[in-house]
Design a protein around this ligand. Structure first.
Ligand SMILES: [Zn+2]
Length: 155
């Protein structure tokens, strides 16, 4: 199974602002709204959460990665639409999750790659994308932003 990858090579653009967030909201608008999803998961006692980390992908490339756990339908369909793929959970910064063997153990994963020697301003831009993405994810989760973890892996 291949994974969709987002790579940023373009120059940082101050005009861009919240464009990424708007894109995500538009991609998800055919589905249940965030408040109804959150309420449904709250009733089901789903501990939906997101883990954002920096990972070494190759000797020359790194990536910000987001892994979402306990994402039932309809959030799973929204994530699939927004370039997330089901993978095994990552172990740490140098051990990205690969193929999953048990569906019950799979996480929804998205990767934002960049070259290690890229201008640091690109990395700042990419971090802003990741923050917009986790803010958006939080709107679907019963615990909201408290369910978003940076620099921490799913246990
Ligand atoms: Zn609603």
């Amino acid at each position: 199974m291949s994974i969709n990858v987002v790579t940023i090579f373009s120059a940082p653009d101050a005009q861009e602002g919240k464009e990424h967030l708007i894109e995500l909201i538009e991609s998800a608008q055919d589905f249940i709204c965030p408040c109804c999803c959150r309420e449904e998961f709250r009733v089901l006692e789903q501990k939906t959460a997101a883990y954002a980390n920096l990972q070494q992908m190759s000797p020359t490339m790194s990536a910000f990665v987001i892994e979402v756990v306990h994402a039932l339908s309809p959030l799973s369909e929204i994530l699939a639409r927004c370039d997330y793929s089901q993978r095994a959970p990552s172990l740490d910064e140098t051990t990205p999750g690969g193929e999953f063997f048990e569906l019950s153990n799979a996480v929804w994963r998205k990767e934002f790659w960049f070259a290690n020697d890229i201008d640091p301003r690109h990395v700042v831009l990419l971090m802003d994308h990741v923050k917009q993405e986790t803010d958006w994810l939080a709107t679907y989760m019963p615990s909201g932003k408290a369910a978003v973890h940076f620099g921490e892996f799913a246990k």
